[in-house]
Design a protein around this ligand. Sequence first.
Ligand SMILES: Nc1ncnc2c1ncn2[C@@H]1O[C@H](COP(=O)(O)OP(=O)(O)OP(=O)(O)O)[C@@H](O)[C@H]1O
Length: 280
Amino acid sequence: MSEELRREYEIGPQIGRGRFGTVYRCVSAETGEEFAVKSIEKALLADTIDRECVEREAKIAEHAAAGNPHAVQVEAVYEDEAWLHVVMELCPGPDLFDRISGREAPLAETEAAAVMAPLMEAVAVCHRRGVAHRDIKPDNVLFDGCGRLKLADFGSAECFGDGRPMRGLVGTPYYLAPEVVAGRDYDEKVDVWSAGVVLYIMLSGMPPFYGDTAVEIFEAVLRANLRFPTRIFHTVSPMAKDLLRRMLCKDISRRFSAEQVLRHPWITSGGGLRATEEPT
Ligand SMILES: Nc1ncnc2c1ncn2[C@@H]1O[C@H](COP(=O)(O)OP(=O)(O)OP(=O)(O)O)[C@@H](O)[C@H]1O
């Protein structure tokens, strides 16, 4: 590890492993504050493309997260010939994936709204700054020591703007928007689709478009046939279903933006509307 990092932080136990690096707990020698550090050994990167990827991730994460209250903050970046270290805000709690999968029943609407509101705030700030996250999924939704939601992992993020479209099959099958699977140009609304998948899973315990293999999942996503099986959704409010339809909308021009999601009554009411109330 870099000398400079070791001078300024005491490195603790490993807390995770990603595609390119290892994440450790660490403590600032100056303040005693706890952080997480993602350490990437450059010699282990396969080629210059991987090297560019990790350097881009650190830059985009810094840009998208600075002052974004619901994104994991980057505290410092240390780079030398051999290593890249990204010191981040520590999110020690179980991530959203663990919180959902460890449950017997789906989340109550108020609980799901308490996740969706900060998640969509984080996404809206990224979009305002011209960054699409492109890998919104429960595993990338972390929680800090006070239980505040923090969007993590900008490893797939991309900058957009000036009407410049994005391309490329990037993300995780269940959460991919149809335009991504179809190999078309796309824009930042792919994040709204993925967040819609997260919402559907929170409210029902199952993904909206599924299959046994990646190919079957892709086929289901391309059909984009959104259904609310009564057996599972009979207790879910019309307002929540209305929001799901607007997020999981195949027609990109009609799909909500992150800002529109934040203004939807289901979000502004904290998911607490009665099942009989109709959307305005
Ligand atoms: N700020 C953090 N605080 C606490 N744990 C973290 C933090 N960032 C990452 N982790 C943990 O470390 C693990 C690895 O993170 P990392 O971002 O390297 O990889 P990843 O999320 O698996 O994605 P990728 O496939 O892009 O590498 C995560 O699954 C998470 O459990």
